[in-house]
Design a protein around this ligand. Sequence first.
Ligand code: F0G
Length: 464
Amino acid sequence: MSESAFLRCINPDCDATFAVNQALTGCPTCGDLLDVDYDWDRLPVPKNLREFESRWSLRNEPLEFSGVWRFRQLLPFAQENQIVTIGEGQTILQQASAVARFCELPEDRLHLQYEGLNPSGSFKDNGMTAACTHAHMVGAKHAACASTGNTSASLAIFASATQMFRAIVFVGSGKISYGKLSQALDYGSKTLQLLGDFDDAMRQVQDVCREEKIYLCNSLNPFRLEGQKTIIYRVLESLRWQVPDWIVVPGGNLGNSSAFGKALHELKHLGLIDRIPRLAVINARGANTLYRLYEQQGLRWNGGRLDRQILDAFYAEMDKSGRRAATLATAIQINRPVNLKKALRSLEVCDGVVREVSDQEILDAKAQVGAGGFGCEPASAASVAGAKLLRAEGVIAPSETVVCILTGHQLKDPTATVAYHAADEEQFDRELGSHGVHAAPFANNPIVVENELHRIMEVIHGLN
Ligand code: F0G
């Protein structure tokens, strides 16, 4: 199996290939990003996506139970006995009528793909199972990542659940939510709180991994993205293999955006789908590198030959002005997305658009997701805020089917949620005011009541 899978540099002027049994997170020849690529003609690919449905009846087999590995013929880089799984990918797509109304879409047009249901509470487990499988293939004893909190939680749970390697996670100091930090600590990974932000941590962890031959589990690792392709497979499966018109996803380090474009391109190439949905990547306004480069400065994939001048000038200005990412949606508080180039490729494949949304728009959308029966962390709600914006702009038509990816669980980051709903103005201002959030139109204020039955009754009778 392994010879039909290989690593390939995404730079068309390099195009170097490498065997999959090496731990590479960048091209040794030119330094560009790597893809996992396949010689599909030599692989047993299903003729029809419906073949995957029969796997549900085999759910007592761990590889069929996994929402990632039951699609293993579409990410065939490992032998079955090498696969590392903890039951990831048991996630669902659901029609969300109330949220559709909020986005001004017909009730049956909006679907939410709830990735918070993964073992560590975010979509990251889809990618981590693939990275850990590869780590196992190369015999890694230590694995590391930089994280805004979810990647670290995911790596930590895989390390503790499998006991196959030791996890070392780098997080920015004071930059991650307590829910996520608690996971890394509880699962027993070595946790380095760097006195810096995610972009600093990302740079440092790469150097550490290179020097110490530690296995890197960030989405620079192309195997991570192979696992994340399966989010798209599950979306299609839930829609009975009908392709939606739009996939809307928050953009941080741009791993999902990259993986989704690859998944869709491959499915089309294999003749398993007949058209590709459009992709909308949503940045938080305070961390909007992709938005600025793609929408404002016209940077394009351009066959893999990006306009370096635009890119270099952009980062030079960022360094000169000392601009740091700043958003309440801490999961996507990233100014230097490592997968930028692959995301531009996805935007080309999917005729994509990029938008930015404010923290106010994110929290309002999040409150609607919660009231609509789902619940997600702030970064995830960027997708819903983005869908609403695109609908208001008329870019998304009312007749179109929209899938928003909810990337992380509501309980990951309760601070912003409680502050939004709190009746306490001081708490509101302290937590949200500095992020430009000044109103909570969908707040569900807790009611403070004296510890007296008649007082409680007055409140109860006053409820409508
Ligand atoms: N949503 C959540 C909940 C996330 O945790 C992340 C990324 C994203 C969206 C953005 O996804 O990077 O694929 O564009 N979190 C990373 C982390 C960076 O370290 O947990 P992306």
